[in-house]
Design a protein around this ligand. Structure first.
Ligand code: GCO
Ligand code: MN
Ligand code: MN
Length: 389
């Protein structure tokens, strides 16, 4: 397939080793696909046109690998990167799979577990940096509780903060060129996870020792699981200068954590998201944190991966058309029209301005009577997305 929607490295599409490498195990069923080695995954991703590959430490190096295993695996992985031209823009730590993390890692009640998690993360940061990562993700999958009887949430946050502060200092001390991106999620695998949403994480960042080093990795599915508008979270992260990375996938509100192909559920939300990212000039990776349906074999996995990227590029083209559509733009101009008469009241505060505004007569009834034509605008959006304009 070679057309204008063909993914190219310049599009910065990335996948995790754990995404296309997902073997389709779920709480009810055994794997449906055989595991691929990291080298095989790199080749699969190169084949479908991705730009990069991201990993958890243990996606690449098994948790119980010997130093010799580690060296061999790393050598082979780097050779595959070299051969395919794929890069590693992001890395992260698996702080959720091993039983040691059943009560969390940085927020575990056990100080030995917390110290072990910190050790594991420093080693994983070294590994990520060695492979070229510039962004390091913190997804607190097990940082939370099933019962608040077990852990004080304020204590949990205090422990989290102490570790992130420690790790920021570690990165500085090592002279690494690395930024941290917190990935909020409300629940799953814990009953409740700390730093549940983009908003929680943004507020937390301001309490850190080095807030400049720490941003966000928002995920479509996670904000959707919380019943929130993902675009609004992304826009707020961007506005705060904190959109360091993004996890694209799809999710139906109210369901289990689905990790569907980007655009598989809510195309319109995906459209406004892509339009936002493209229009503000987001320069980071477009990372797909999703996996193929459990019904698929590896051909289906490739179709899944191509589908994520293709949908993104199609929506990017739709965004271009939306912004160039005369009727839509005329409507938008009408909606946001400004006759300039309010200019004296706009901008910063002055006492004169406040006095003048308090005295200004408004025709409230006339203002409230005006129809806004959002129905027409939304229908035009739908028609554009449905391909009839
Ligand atoms: C999930 C998360 C993870 C993280 C990954 C990278 O719901 O399981 O989205 O896939 O993104 O651990 O930090
Ligand atoms: Mn997720
Ligand atoms: Mn994710």
């Amino acid at each position: 397939m070679s057309d204008m929607y063909e993914p190219k490295p310049e599009h910065k599409f990335t996948f995790g080793l754990w995404t296309v490498g997902n073997i389709g195990r779920d709480p009810f069923g055994e794997p449906v696909r055989h595991p691929l080695s990291p080298v095989e995954i790199v080749h699969l991703l190169a084949d479908v046109g991705a730009y990069g590959v991201n990993f958890h430490d243990n996606d690449l190096i098994p948790i119980d690998a010997t130093p010799a295993d580690r060296d061999r695996i790393l050598r082979e992985f780097k050779a595959a990167l070299q051969e395919t031209g794929l890069v590693v823009p992001m890395a992260t730590t698996n702080l959720f799979a091993d039983p040691v993390f059943k009560d969390g890692a940085f927020t575990s009640n056990d100080p030995k577990v917390r110290a072990y998690a910190l050790q594991k993360t420093m080693r994983a940061i070294d590994l990520g940096v060695e492979c070229g990562a510039k962004v390091y993700v913190f997804w607190g999958g097990r940082e939370g509780v099933e019962s608040d009887a077990a852990k004080d949430p304020q204590e949990g946050l205090k422990r989290y903060r102490e570790v992130i502060n420690f790790l920021c200092a570690y990165v500085k001390d090592q002279g690494y060129d690395l930024k941290f991106a917190l990935e909020p999620k409300p629940n799953e695998p814990r009953g409740d996870i700390y730093l549940a949403t983009v908003g929680h994480a943004l507020a937390f960042i301001n309490t850190l020792d080095h807030p400049d080093m720490v941003g966000l990795n928002p995920e479509v599915a996670h904000e959707t699981m919380a019943g929130l508008n993902f675009l609004h979270g992304v826009a707020q992260a961007w506005d705060a200068g904190k959109l360091f990375h993004i996890d694209l996938n799809d999710q139906v509100i109210g369901r289990y954590d689905q990790d569907f192909r980007f655009g598989a559920v809510n195309l319109k939300a995906a459209f406004f998201l892509v339009r936002f990212l493209e229009n503000v000039g987001y320069q980071g990776s477009r990372h797909f944190d999703a996996h193929a349906y459990r019904t698929e074999d590896y051909e289906g996995v490739k179709t899944f991966a191509r589908g994520c990227m293709r949908t993104y590029l199609i929506l990017k083209e739709k965004a271009r058309r939306f912004d160039g559509d005369a009727e839509i733009q005329a409507l938008l101009a009408e909606i946001t029209a400004d006759d300039g008469t309010m200019a004296p009241f706009q901008g910063g505060y002055s006492r004169d301005k406040a006095d003048a505004l308090k005295a200004h007569p408004f025709d409230r009834v006339a203002l409230g009577r005006r129809g806004l034509a959002y129905e027409r605008l939304d229908q035009l959006t739908n028609e554009l997305l449905l391909g009839v304009r």
